[in-house]
Ligand binder design. Structure first.
Ligand SMILES: Nc1ncnc2c1ncn2[C@@H]1O[C@H](COP(=O)(O)OP(=O)(O)O)[C@@H](O)[C@H]1O
Ligand SMILES: [Mg+2]
Length: 456
């Protein structure tokens, strides 16, 4: 569960530790270097200042004085003549001094130089400054400093660094542990939520704060949960209404079949029952066919094959085909379309759309009324309007008529062979064409169904 926070934390830790180590190491090296340099410079400066004093007054009392000064200090002095013979020395520095003086080459610059700089291994570091009087070399001032104090100082420094290092590693661990938890807690919550989702529990809710990517991910999952919940509810309702839709015709079929198989009924009566059974079976067939079609549209396994079509010619053909049905009901069908309007449509599918709309107009209108098809152009859009003078649709039903199985008057629609799926199919097809559809109706006056398509 906490794997991600551990991984992230470890990654951060290794990275931060690497950076810290490099910074600490370079700081340490620089610090040691400058501290040691300082020591050398101080020693050399001290030697030079003794030399300056001696150059001014080169006499035994000054020499004694220098020797005395150094016997009190941490440093030691050795004064030689120009041949390296030791004349004066403070404290018992002799063995070291002799060795160094012997090794020293006699070409020493006036500003002095370091003659022993190995502070790590040797017991003393040393510098030398030449004494010159009137341009003539008179002798040398050797300065010595015990390396113990330097080593101790470096040891202290190292100790300090290690302590601070441990402390900062510790702080780093705490900070990272905290940070990685802050980052991963929402992730873990989302993981738990999606697990619940996949188990079918859509009621989970996530609290998201802020506007970063994590919060966005959380919101997306939240939306997904709501959508899934809605879909689940819709599917349940849909299945309930389908079974309801099928139950009615099945009850009829079963009941009439039961009567029809009786032996003691008239042939004429039996035929009546059989034709009712036939009609009901037909209705079910239509329902199942429409449902199948909608299911296909849902799975996106249906494709529309758009082709460039002259809209007026297309509608004229449709008009010719459907006009007889309207005349049979003593109604008139008009169509108004002029000009050269080209649309990209799947002709077979679009014929289905128009047939459904005109079928509704025919079904829900009284005799001797008029149904009209208009085509209007508006900017880059083409509007196809099917208008009737029929019963109209109550305002509260208007937003629902494109829903599956929705019918305003179930019994009235049923007697006319309606399934309540026609407009749902129409909407799917129009939207698959990139168009839109809506209805406008005044109850008792008539209905307009308006399709908007893009021209071209
Ligand atoms: N032109 C219309 N006039 C009045 N009511 C209509 C019209 N078109 C659709 N309706 C209403 O919308 C409902 C849904 O239409 P539809 O999906 O085609 O189902 P069906 O025609 O099978 O009943 C219809 O039952 C009807 O109540
Ligand atoms: Mg219909």
């Amino acid at each position: 569960m906490r794997k991600i926070s551990f991984k992230l934390g470890l990654l951060f830790f290794v990275f931060v530790l690497g950076v810290e180590a490099v910074l600490f190491a370079s700081l340490y090296v620089t610090l040691v270097h400058s501290r040691i340099n300082e020591e050398f410079e101080q020693l050399l400066a001290r030697g030079n200042s003794h030399r300056d004093v001696l150059e001014k007054n080169y006499n035994p009392s000054t020499l004694e004085h220098v020797k005395l000064m150094e016997s009190e200090a941490e440093t030691d002095v050795v004064i030689t003549n120009d041949n390296g013979k030791i004349l004066y020395f403070s404290n018992h520095i002799l063995p070291v001094a002799k060795r160094i003086i012997k090794k020293t080459n006699k070409n020493i610059p006036y500003r002095g130089m370091i003659v022993q700089k190995n502070w790590q291994k040797e017991s003393h570091i040393a510098t030398v400054s030449p004494i010159r009087i009137n341009g003539k070399l008179k002798g040398y001032v050797y300065m010595f400093q015990n390396t113990d104090s330097i080593q101790y100082m470096i040891y202290k420094l190292k100790h300090h660094f290690i302590m601070v290092g441990i402390l900062s590693v510790f702080l780093t661990i705490i900070t990272i542990a905290f940070l990685s938890r802050v980052i991963t807690i929402p992730l873990i919550r989302m993981k738990q939520m999606t697990e619940k989702l996949s188990k079918g529990d859509f009621s989970v809710r996530l609290q998201v704060k802020g506007g970063d990517e994590l919060a966005e991910l959380g919101k997306a999952i939240q939306t997904l949960a709501l959508d899934l919940e809605f879909l689940k509810k819709e599917r349940k309702e849909f299945l309930a209404s389908i079974s309801h839709e099928l139950r009615t015709p099945l009850t009829y079929v079963k009941g009439y079949a039961d009567i029809a198989r009786r032996t003691n009924i008239e042939e004429e009566e039996r035929n009546r029952y059989l034709s009712i059974i036939y009609e009901e079976a037909e209705h079910m067939e239509k329902l199942v066919k429409d449902l199948f079609e909608l299911a296909q549209m849902d799975q996106h396994s249906f494709h529309i094959h758009k082709e460039s079509t002259n809209l007026c010619a297309f509608l004229k053909k449709l008009y010719d085909k459907l006009n007889p049905a309207f005349q049979a009901k003593n109604m008139s069908l008009n169509y108004f379309c002029d000009g050269n309007i080209t649309v990209h449509i799947d002709q077979k599918r679009f014929e289905q759309v128009m047939m459904n709309l005109l079928d509704n107009a025919l079904k829900y209108s009284d005799q001797s009324s008029t149904v009209s098809i208009y085509v209007k152009e508006k900017k880059k859009n083409v509007m196809i309007i099917v208008s009737d003078e029929g019963t109209g649709i109550p305002e509260e039903d208007l937003p629902h008529i494109f829903e599956r199985l929705y019918r305003v008057e179930k019994s009235r629609s049923r007697t006319k062979g309606g399934t309540g799926l026609g407009l749902a199919i129409v909407k799917e097809i129009v939207e698959a064409h990139g168009g839109s559809i809506y209805a406008d109706s005044i109850p008792g006056k008539g209905t307009k169904i308006i399709i908007t398509l893009q021209e071209g």
